[in-house]
Design a binder for this molecule. Structure first.
Ligand code: XMP
Ligand code: MG
Length: 176
């Protein structure tokens, strides 16, 4: 068990399981994008640790950029997505792969995909470490999913509870 601020979290996905799955995902992306030159867009803050490990296993020539979005306050989605930091790279004509930590309601991802398509990306695909199918309100095509999980609040490996817990090296779930 770990305590983050005022809540207790239990082990959920171990470091070893994360490592193995992320190696496989890197292989899948490398195979699918062989000979192409994708632009990875990492969604900050949550995806920083996942992106760092995933991209070490991607062996195609690629560019990596960052965007900062936020929709969560404490442990609840606010239903609104704020874009805090814009994308510097031109996406027009690019094959874009968005790297996200978790898709919950799908609101964040659907808005980001719309923005990238409006900027005339040649293609937009999503790689997410976690997906909560039961929480999803908006249908989106998720090309690469690490783990499908129940609709419970998780922290660690980049994911936070009120800004804390991102440095935990595995995924933990809110204890009931
Ligand atoms: P939506 O609902 O837009 O949410 O798909 C995606 C964003 O919400 C955050 N999120 C979480 N953060 N534990 C977290 O630490 C969770 O269980 C969780 N669920 C959603 C996350 O920032 C994601 O980008
Ligand atoms: Mg996030």
């Amino acid at each position: 068990m770990v305590t983050v601020k005022d809540k207790v979290f239990a082990p959920f996905i171990e470091r070893e399981a994360l490592n193995q799955r992320i190696v496989d995902m890197g292989r899948d992306i490398s195979r699918d994008y062989k000979g192409r030159n994708p632009l990875f867009v990492v969604v900050l803050n949550g995806a920083f640790m996942f992106a760092s490990d995933l991209l070490k296993g991607v062996d195609v020539l690629c560019e990596i950029s960052f965007i900062k979005l936020a929709s969560y306050e404490q442990t609840q989605s606010t239903g609104k997505v704020k874009q805090i930091l814009g994308l510097a790279e031109a996406v027009q004509g690019r094959e874009v792969i968005v790297i996200e930590d978790i898709v919950d309601t799908g609101l964040t991802m659907s808005q980001l995909i719309s923005q990238l398509k409006a900027q005339e990306a040649a293609s937009v695909e999503v790689v997410t470490l976690l997906h909560k199918p039961e929480a999803q309100k908006i249908a989106i095509d998720l090309r690469y999913v690490g783990f499908e999980i129940q609709n419970r609040f998780v922290v660690g490996y980049g994911l936070d509870y009120d800004g804390l817990g991102r440095n935990l090296d595995a995924i933990y779930v809110l204890a009931e």
